[in-house]
Design a binder for this molecule. Structure first.
Ligand code: SAH
Length: 230
């Protein structure tokens, strides 16, 4: 089974929102599994210290390499096939393609950072791949891990209602998604675009395609450029 193993100082944050809705139902039905380890179990001394002051000075604290490595080594054999990721604002930015690749694999080992960050030596020595969820700073890696997991879990076989319900979505084809409408047909004087009511499947597909292209050009010139170059 696709299993996520999360190392965190806040195991109580999991499954959190992933215990509800699509991901939660899938978790309850055994379509994926989630395990957590409290990094503090490997903390040092009576107070189970996990952090220390930054070498070279400066604000904040740093998650210790020895503590994090002990936590990783306790549960995961070196030949565990799952990618080992560190949620980190310095990492590669998460994309839909990455979520697809991770969902197609055996699961993930996720390390949630806290404080100013993680001692660089642990990242190097344990071969952690750094993944960011965007160019902003969160107070810890947990919400980033939940985000990454949600993006992966909904792609696992059997998790989403219709097997193809993800195919048209934003990013899946390098374009943003077309606009949606539902009943009522007339709402506050606004109607549903004529093409969608035509019953003509080819026309509907053409309309959606045009809308997706127009939106992508206007809102995400970067995506449009990449799409045209494909
Ligand atoms: N001092 C660091 C930020 C530390 S934030 C810097 O300037 O780069 C504390 C922790 O939150 C990080 O170790 C990381 O695990 C997590 N985090 C913060 N922002 C994130 C983001 N955009 N994506 C993924 N993880 C993030």
């Amino acid at each position: 089974m696709w299993t996520a193993f999360v190392l965190t100082l806040y195991p109580e944050m999991f499954p959190g929102p992933l215990g509800a809705s699509i991901a939660g139902t899938a978790l309850a039905n055994g379509l994926w599994a989630l395990e957590t380890r409290d990094i503090r179990d490997h903390g040092l001394g009576r107070h189970r210290a996990v952090d220390d002051t930054p070498a070279g000075g400066g604000p904040g604290m740093v998650l210790r390499a020895d503590v994090l490595a002990a936590s990783l080594d306790a549960g995961n054999s070196p030949d565990d096939p799952r990618p080992r990721l560190l949620l980190s604002p310095r990492g590669e930015t998460l994309t839909q393609k990455m979520a697809r690749d991770f969902a197609a694999g055996p699961g993930l080992i996720l390390v949630c950072g806290r404080f100013e960050g993680v001692d660089e030596r642990a990242i190097e020595a344990r071969g952690l791949r750094e993944i960011s969820i965007g160019d902003y700073i969160l107070s810890g890696g947990e919400i980033a891990a939940l985000t990454l997991l949600d993006a992966c879990v909904r792609l696992l076989p059997g998790v989403m209602g219709k097997p193809n319900s993800g195919d048209d979505e934003s990013f899946e084809r390098g374009l943003l998604e077309y606009p949606h409408y539902t009943r009522p047909r007339d709402w506050e004087g606004r109607t549903i675009p004529e093409a969608l009511l035509s019953g003509d499947h080819a026309r509907i597909a053409r309309w959606r395609r045009e809308q997706a292209e127009t939106l992508t050009k206007a809102r995400r010139p970067d995506l449009w450029k990449a799409h045209e170059e494909k």
